[in-house]
Write a protein that binds this ligand. Structure first.
Ligand code: SF4
Ligand code: SF4
Length: 212
């Protein structure tokens, strides 16, 4: 059976302990908080990667991503080839007054076009201003922290391996082209062409055996 008044004594002990500790209150906005780099503050859009596949808008539980696009025809790359059509982004907006920061849109984007930024200072007095259009979403990209360094023992990502192989192939092709261009020039140099004098027969002005 608890001793009468022990609860009160415990409570007072906690109060005393807390009173003697330093306060953790941060004087925001004079002092900026040190947020972890993966904090969910706002979403940035890397527009160049967006293919308008609409996955993010379809998966968003709040339906707060608005995307408009139109189709454009891309001419065939080679004569006789087929024309292609591609989606061109007209509008990309996120309504942060509805967003619940679940991160599903970022997870499902197959083309790495959406990123979390720890920026959180975008409160507005007008709720309509919380709908960030694509220019504003692009601006947030500057506040997205760099990804952590790869583990040195990790396997090379297949995208980087493919890009490296493409660069190596292009460099090899350029070197082969340069060598092919240099070969006729070397053939045309005096003393190296088919009409060049035999070794030991002297130059055209100097008879064999040297000057008299
Ligand atoms: S974080 Fe969640 S709620 Fe916000 S836009 Fe993305 S999917 Fe929608
Ligand atoms: S999922 Fe990614 S690529 Fe597709 S529309 Fe959304 S941001 Fe663009």
């Amino acid at each position: 059976m608890p001793i009468p008044g022990s609860g009160l004594a415990k409570g007072l002990a906690v109060t005393l302990r807390t009173m003697t500790k330093r306060s953790h209150t941060a004087q925001y906005p004079e002092v900026q908080p040190e947020l972890p780099p993966r904090s969910r503050g706002v979403i940035g859009l890397f527009e160049e990667n967006c293919t308008v596949c609409m996955l993010c808008a379809r998966e968003c539980p709040d339906w707060c991503i608005y995307i408009d696009s139109h189709k454009e025809t891309v001419p065939a790359a080679a004569p006789g080839g087929r024309e292609r059509s591609r989606n061109v982004l007209d509008r990309f907006a996120i309504d942060f007054s509805l967003c619940m920061y679940c991160g599903i849109c970022i997870e499902v984007c197959p083309f790495d076009a959406l990123f979390w930024s720890p920026e959180f200072e975008y409160a507005e007095t007008d709720i309509h201003e919380l709908t960030h259009e694509r220019d504003k979403l692009r601006e947030w990209m500057w506040t997205v922290p760099a990804p952590p360094a790869l583990d040195p023992a990790a396997e090379e990502p297949k995208e980087i391996a493919a890009a490296r192989k493409a660069v190596e192939k292009a460099e090899a092709a350029a070197a082969a082209r340069a060598a092919a261009e240099a070969a006729p020039a070397a053939d045309a140099e005096p003393g190296t062409g088919p009409g060049a004098p035999e070794p030991g027969s002297g130059t055209p002005d100097t008879p064999a055996g040297g000057p008299a």
